[in-house]
Design a protein around this ligand. Structure first.
Ligand code: SF4
Length: 138
């Protein structure tokens, strides 16, 4: 099973990382699971946090031609800012983005704050976000 590294906050999702001041994500150890109570919090938290969950493949609007096109969009926008140090995260062996692009995905992934999904819900991204990205609904 592959994991989406930019999932919604929903029961069963894992807390993957925290967006630091400046916009870069600090990845966390595995094991922090979103429960029902956390998922129902009034204020969506995808802007400050990153979540992962099982890749939905054909059930996700980003899935086209057997690949995640959200990663393609992220790389298009963030390539000029790509990092040279590859951050360690908890899902690399099963990460959909890493399957598709290897370390090139990891070079831009920490620059992606959760506004990828939150923008779709009308939540304003923080000022620190380097490049706002608008993508379709899952
Ligand atoms: S750092 Fe790499 S392996 Fe980890 S979630 Fe991001 S793209 Fe996936």
């Amino acid at each position: 099973m592959a994991f989406c590294p930019c999932a919604r906050r929903e029961p069963g999702a894992s807390l993957l990382g925290v967006v630091q001041p400046g916009g870069r994500v600090k990845f966390l150890p595995s094991g922090l699971i979103v429960d029902e109570a956390t998922a129902r919090l009034d204020r969506p938290s995808e802007v400050q946090f990153r979540y992962s969950s099982a890749c939905r493949e054909g059930s996700c609007l980003h899935w086209r031609a057997r690949r995640c096109t959200a990663l393609d969009e992220v790389r298009d926008h963030l390539a000029p800012f790509a990092l040279t140090d590859i951050a360690s995260c908890s899902i690399r062996p099963q990460c959909r983005w890493h399957f598709q692009a290897g370390d090139a995905a990891c070079a831009v992934c920490p620059l992606v704050s959760g506004e990828l999904m939150a923008l779709e819900d009308g939540i304003a991204p923080p000022e620190e976000v380097l490049v706002p990205i608008s993508i379709g609904r899952r």
